[in-house]
Design a protein around this ligand. Structure first.
Ligand code: PLP
Length: 388
């Protein structure tokens, strides 16, 4: 695909643009609290670092494109443990983060004119990746009142008007909503999907283990096993183990799709780093206590931020059940992009909701120190009150 210079500008991540602006302001010696980035503020667990150090003693050679065998095995065991799903070895692809698996899947399956159903709010990279493959994202709005979940009715309406639908994206806990689907909601969605046999589902479960409920994690493949051959589950170590920079993610799905994803992988970057793969095995197979401890910390931060927002009538905000983002809707603002820029002047960086298909909202990450987070939220509330 040929991209014009204008397109190249629009392909830049709005999240990174705001983070860069915040960094620039900080470099000028001004104080700014950065609530933009979707990255844990912890490090990888100690046993992961030890495994990586030990691996450095040996030779780090090319690995198979679909990852080292112990990693594929650990992923399959994780799929069984968390979702009660069985995958064979040829149904697992390993890539440079969940992002690359998603990109490879679209690259392998989409052609000019195809369509992908994208419920809004959405992770800002989905529409861009879809367009990079010559296809078209079809946004389906959801509402705060409906918990930002795609309803079966809205999905059906979108599929009815679509001319060449290839994928539906489901992301839970969602970025930026933090919403989860109940098994009933997923059953209703499955019922619709059964009427459209040519449509695949991208189940982006990257935040599946950062949740604030004790309920069993619900994913479409577990709720509707008859659809498993049409579902690609995507997950990785970035968020749950605070390993964003290690670049390990995976996809589990039907063998022909996984084979195609592996082909794109082998002809682009060959594999993700062998060292990172060894570290990912340690993350998946080692002690999991840190995951729970960190989730308790995130939860406390979430509640502290919500507590600040409670005092502001102009803010409507859902309580996220997972991930580490808040998506406040600000009743008094007309233009969320302009408002995010004025917020920078009072020392708080956020991402305008438009970047996620949610004008009138802002996205805030709560993956940062609680007292700094509270200060950032208070600055936001003060600015809203001052602008009213
Ligand atoms: C919803 C969602 N999917 C996928 C990714 C990509 O994660 P990774 O670091 O594994 O590429 C992100 C990262 O922010 C995300 O928010």
């Amino acid at each position: 695909m040929i991209i014009s210079s204008t397109d190249t500008t629009s392909l830049r991540s709005p999240i990174l643009i705001m983070a860069e602006r915040a960094a620039l302001i900080r470099a000028q010696g001004r104080d700014v609290i950065d609530l933009t980035l979707g990255e844990p503020d912890f490090n990888a667990p100690p046993h992961v670092l030890e495994a990586a150090h030990a691996a450095l003693e040996g030779r780090l050679t090319y690995s198979p494109s679909n990852g080292i065998e112990p990693l594929r095995y650990a992923i399959r065991m994780r799929m069984k443990a968390i979702r009660n799903l069985d995958y064979s070895d040829d149904q697992v692809a390993v890539g440079c983060g969940a992002k690359q698996i998603i990109y490879n899947a679209f690259q392998a399956t989409l052609k000019q004119g195809d369509e992908v159903i994208v419920p809004a709010p959405y992770w800002a990279s989905y529409p861009t990746m879809i367009k990079m493959c010559g296809a078209r994202p079809l946004m389906v709005p959801t509402t705060l009142e409906a918990g930002y979940c795609l309803t079966a009715e809205a999905l059906d309406a979108a599929l009815r008007v679509a001319r060449s639908p290839k994928w539906v994206i489901l992301n839970a806990p969602g970025n930026p909503s933090g919403s989860l689907y109940s098994s009933q909601q997923l059953s209703d969605i499955a019922e619709v999907l059964r009427r459209y046999p040519g449509v695949m589902v991208l189940s982006d479960d990257i935040y599946s283990e950062i949740r604030y409920t004790d309920d069993v994690y619900q994913t479409l493949a577990a709720v509707a096993p008859d659809l498993t051959h049409r579902i690609l589950i995507v997950d990785g170590v970035s968020k749950v183990y605070a390993m964003t920079g290690w670049r390990v993610g995976w996809g589990c799905g039907p063998t022909p799709l996984i084979t195609a994803i592996n082909s794109v992988q082998s002809q682009s970057c060959t594999q993700t780093s062998t060292l990172s793969q060894v570290a990912a095995v340690a993350a998946l197979t080692g002690p999991q206590t840190l995951v729970k401890e960190r989730n308790a910390i995130y939860r406390q931060r979430r509640d502290a931020a919500l507590n600040v927002f409670e005092a502001c009538e102009a803010i409507d905000v859902a309580c996220p059940e997972g991930a580490f983002y808040l998506l406040p809707r600000i009743r008094t603002i007309k233009d969320d992009q302009a408002f995010a820029l004025t917020l920078l002047e009072v020392g708080v960086a956020t991402v305008p909701g438009s970047a996620f298909g949610m004008p009138g909202h802002l996205r805030l990450s709560f993956a940062l120190d609680e007292s700094v987070l509270i200060e950032g939220c208070e600055r936001l509330v003060q600015k809203i009150k001052a602008s009213a």
